[in-house]
Design a protein around this ligand. Sequence first.
Ligand code: 2NE
Length: 270
Amino acid sequence: YNWTTIKEYEDIKFSFYEGIAKISINRPEKHNAFRPQTVKELIDAMHYCREESAIEVIILTGEGGKAFCSGGDQSVRGHGGYIGEDHVPRLNVLDLQKMIRSIPKVVIAAVAGYAIGGGHVLHVVCDMTIAAENAKFGQTGPKVGSFDGGFGASYLARIVGQKKAREIWFLCEQYDAQEALQMGLVNKVVPLEKLEEATVAWCQKVQQMSPLSIRMLKSSFNAELDGQAGIQELAGNATLLYYLTDEAKEGFNSFLEKRKPDFSKFPKFP
Ligand code: 2NE
């Protein structure tokens, strides 16, 4: 694939091919562990993806074939969070998780090697996951003095069930690609050398679909789980659709024309 660079970063690669954006964590020497800078860049790229209409589907992946992401970079963990150049402790990956969930485009995780700790949660919050045969999944929080009780626990439990999610967190074991497939944690397993091809093929299938339909579905799936924030997202999309109607246009046109609105001509559905 002829990926062209969208923007240069320090810790990630961000490229484009025929409507597909690929965001790839590029710290293979640390199994793609993220530091605050990495997450800042991921957030920036995800924001770009949201705003850029030429981007229809997003792939989240890791460079090197040995790891998707091994979670927070333990070497920069300090008092109260992960510490960057500004010396401020952060857990900014939580903001990234929310962005992946609420972006109105499908995000597919392409996992080769380790998806561990906070890196595991990143694939969990993606809409779909394609795993290479060498993929390894698991949480390590209770071993390394951490936990993700947000999407990392409750959403994980919605995916694999309460018993399995508790096992994943309480035992901190690693699961291979086939085990992950069996528990519904990933959608598909492919040989490592086919990972990109399989992921791009799924992107291309999604690209054939109605974007508004995909957008409504994604926010509908979220609404069921995300409480008022989920309903807000779905309702925002309902407002978007309403703004496209002549009925809504009559409302603001009447205001601008300083007259009473006439909604009588619009259909009343059963
Ligand atoms: C991923 C795993 C199991 C791989 O093991 P192995 O033996 O294949 O590789 P190795 O030698 O451990 O790792 C290769 C290099 O990557 C670094 C290692 O230190 C090593 O570097 P050198 O010693 O060769 O210089 N590396 C790997 N993961 C790293 C990390 N997360 N931070 C910094 N350096 C890392 C094995 O590497 C492993 O268990 N890694 C740690 C996984 C982990 O505990 N992650 C943090 C969980 S907490 C979290 O992510 C989190 C959260 O719980 C809540 C909110 C936000 C984040």
